[in-house]
Design a protein around this ligand. Sequence first.
Ligand code: SF4
Ligand code: SF4
Length: 229
Amino acid sequence: MYKDKNYFEGLFCGVKSICIGLKTTMREFFTKKITEQYPENRKELKMFDRFRGSLVMPHNEKNEHKCVACGICQMQCPNDTINVVSEMVEVDGKKKKQLVRYEYNLGSCMFCMLCVTACPHKAITFDQSFENAVFDRSKLIKVLNKPGSKVEEKPVVKKTAPAPAAKPAETPAEAPKPEAVAPKTAEEQPRIEAVAAKTEVEQPKPEAVAAPKEETTKVEQPETEKAAE
Ligand code: SF4
Ligand code: SF4
């Protein structure tokens, strides 16, 4: 009897365990798949927006970039990953710094993005490329400015003279008069007239000449006469 009890308990536990396993299998079978079949899906693969692939310097259709070779990004980089090579050129009689080579070493970059944040002209950013495997580490050093490119010219903003301030009214006659209160509805007309009549009545009157008060003096009799009486 004791052996039979152990047998049925074990059988029940085994069936229960199989059911729990099958339940997990069926749930995952119908759940949406998130596994990426790389490299088969290389064409339609899209990385997350926050992914930082490699530092790039965007150029417009005229082969112009926004880098003025100030070197702030180079100073901010904690790994000496950036090397800005510049030269001084004369433009319109003024000496100006010009970018010659913008070197970026992908092999030593830790993708902290300090350079992008520090750039005052938003000349560099990160793209989403990630296939950077090479057999020689020297190939990870990239020149970001394209051959023949130049810095983008900023549009010249013409300064306009400030408009003269409006003159104050010279005489009281030029001062704006208060507008008359116009009745909005027919019902308000008699009420406005009544208020006008009341204000006329309440006009200050000329002060009436006050009549002099009569002085009443009481002649007191002497005390001796009072005693005789
Ligand atoms: S992301 Fe960081 S490590 Fe890479 S170049 Fe910019 S500042 Fe340097
Ligand atoms: S990328 Fe920006 S911070 Fe770096 S040198 Fe060019 S303008 Fe200056």
